[in-house]
Design a protein around this ligand. Structure first.
Ligand code: ADP
Ligand code: ZN
Length: 210
């Protein structure tokens, strides 16, 4: 199954991606994580992406499309995948269509803007492996320490409140039109993000069956 997760930054795409990944045994491809990895290892692409990312802007289409093309060509994507954070613009969606990739389902996780701002302030990521946590909704076993690799949990620069507002604007302007794009293709399923992660998870799993 080939799945796209749509939704505002902080809507919980990453968490739901993990759920689907465990349920269907297909890999999650997160462009945000790939870019942050490139940034850490100091590649050219990483350097180019940094200024956009820190400002809450989108990295240019050609850069992310290149990343996705390389990643989807790898062996583990043969039986399907979950795209978390791609596409984020109409040209990115068109590029995917032009690669001949047939998406089965687009799950759109809806969370109102006010809630997003609150959620983002509590978000933390592992410095080492990129796993994500939340100080209220998804606590690690030991405060400040990653369950998976014992790395330190930090706040992403782009999760600061001013940048979050920027990212929400970019989301509404650039990414939200994708809902209509996939609705027209008959692939869109809407999931209302719930207060409790487990409740959202239940809705996501139901959406997969629909
Ligand atoms: P979130 O989903 O919480 O916004 P991500 O980790 O997916 O966070 O993305 C972080 C940043 O990485 C984005 O704000 C953007 O700068 C860049 N990025 C990730 N995916 C894309 C994409 N498909 N197109 C353009 N920029 C992207
Ligand atoms: Zn970790």
């Amino acid at each position: 199954m080939k799945i796209i997760l749509l939704g505002a930054p902080g809507a919980g795409k990453g968490t739901q991606a993990e759920v689907i990944c465990a349920h269907l045994s297909i890999p999650t491809i997160s462009t945000g994580n790939i870019i942050r990895e490139a940034l850490k290892s100091g590649t050219e692409m990483g350097k180019k992406a940094k200024s956009y990312m820190d400002a809450g802007q989108l990295v240019p289409d050609d850069v992310v499309i290149g990343i996705i093309q390389d990643r989807l060509a790898q062996d583990d994507c043969k039986n399907g995948f979950i795209l978390d954070g791609f596409p984020r613009t109409i040209p990115q969606a068109e590029a995917l269509d032009n690669m001949g990739i047939v998406i089965d389902k687009v799950i759109d996780i809806e969370v109102p803007d006010e809630k997003i701002v609150l959620r983002m302030s509590g978000r933390r990521v592992c410095e080492k492996c990129g796993a994500s946590y939340h100080m209220l909704y998804k606590k690690p076993a030991v405060e400040g320490v990653c369950d998976k690799c014992a790395g330190a949990l930090v706040q992403r620069k782009d999760d600061h409140p001013d940048t979050v507002k920027n990212r929400l604007k970019v989301y509404h302007d650039e990414t939200e039109p994708l809902k209509a794009y996939y609705e027209k293709q008959g692939k869109l399923v809407v999931v209302e993000g719930q207060e409790e992660v487990a409740d959202t998870t239940r809705l996501t799993l139901a959406a997969l069956e629909s």
